[in-house]
Design a protein around this ligand. Structure first.
Ligand SMILES: NC(=O)c1ccc[n+]([C@@H]2O[C@H](COP(=O)([O-])OP(=O)(O)OC[C@H]3O[C@@H](n4cnc5c(N)ncnc54)[C@H](OP(=O)(O)O)[C@@H]3O)[C@@H](O)[C@H]2O)c1
Length: 229
């Protein structure tokens, strides 16, 4: 059985991914940021042997290190790491800019850095949630400095990691889930193109399956298109 860690798994796309990976026989380490949100505990009741809830704030070094200890106590081999946790502020200011980068950009990087040793024996696949918002040539959101910049920085950091780790056998997925009716505004969105379950199903196939070329990093999206960034 393969082992996958998913950050931001309380709700939205991360939760839907935890469900689809569980249904497909994976051992799932579901990063929990919202202990009072009940969905993960309910999922745990359905998959008591294979779903492990791991407290995880990707914006916090101590929390990430503690999560590594908890996962390491259960396995010596993590196959797939999925950086799904993300935040979006409707209105920008400097403090929010820093917080967004701390979570959306550094959150993925510190999680990869911390779990890198545990990934040595596994499938070595790193999956980062990107966004069309972080594609510089496509970006037309003059009022959204923070989110767009955090995802553009994540794209570049992913490219640097790709160049560093691809020779070690790591493969990468950068995924744009489309416009999802998730919880990015704090409540379940009524507008959007996809339910979290729909885009998670596509993501599952892309994260677990092969792509035409593993030696070039591009963003894949919910429509199975590939974009340069
Ligand atoms: N929704 C879209 O249309 C869309 C489009 C393009 C890309 N994306 C990306 O897709 C990913 C999943 O987003 P989503 O749509 O599923 O949003 P979501 O419903 O808000 O889910 C994200 C989850 O991450 C959690 N989180 C926030 N800060 C965290 C931290 N420091 N550590 C760990 N978890 C944290 C959130 O908790 P709180 O709710 O308490 O913040 C939430 O439970 C994100 O990376 C997002 O940027 C989304």
């Amino acid at each position: 059985m393969k082992h996958v860690l998913i950050t931001g798994a309380d709700r939205g796309v991360g939760f839907a991914l935890a469900e689809v990976f569980s249904k497909n026989g994976y051992i799932v380490y579901a990063g929990q940021f919202m202990p009072d949100w009940p969905e993960l505990e309910n999922l745990k009741e359905r998959f008591p042997e294979t779903l492990h809830i791991i407290p995880l704030d990707v914006g916090n070094d101590v929390s990430v290190k503690e999560a590594v200890k908890l996962v390491s106590a259960k396995t010596d081999c993590l196959d797939i790491l999925i950086n799904c946790a993300g935040i979006f502020y409707q209105e920008d200011n400097r403090e929010r800019f820093l917080h967004t980068v701390q979570v959306n950009t550094f959150g993925s990087l510190r999680t990869i850095e911390a779990f890198y040793p545990l990934m040595q024996k596994g499938q070595k696949r790193i999956c980062n949630f990107s966004s069309e918002a972080g594609v510089i040539a496509l970006s037309t959101r003059p009022d959204t400095f923070t989110y767009t910049s955090s995802k553009a920085a994540l794209n570049m950091a992913s490219q640097m990691l790709f160049q560093k780790l691809r020779p070690e056998g790591f493969t990468f997925r950068l995924y744009h889930p489309g416009w999802v009716r998730s919880y990015m505004s704090g409540v379940k969105a009524t507008e959007g193109h996809f339910e979290p379950e729909e885009t998670a199903l596509v993501a599952f196939k892309q994260f677990t399956g092969d792509i035409p070329c593993e030696d070039v990093l591009m963003i894949q999206d919910v429509y199975n298109r590939f974009w340069p960034f």
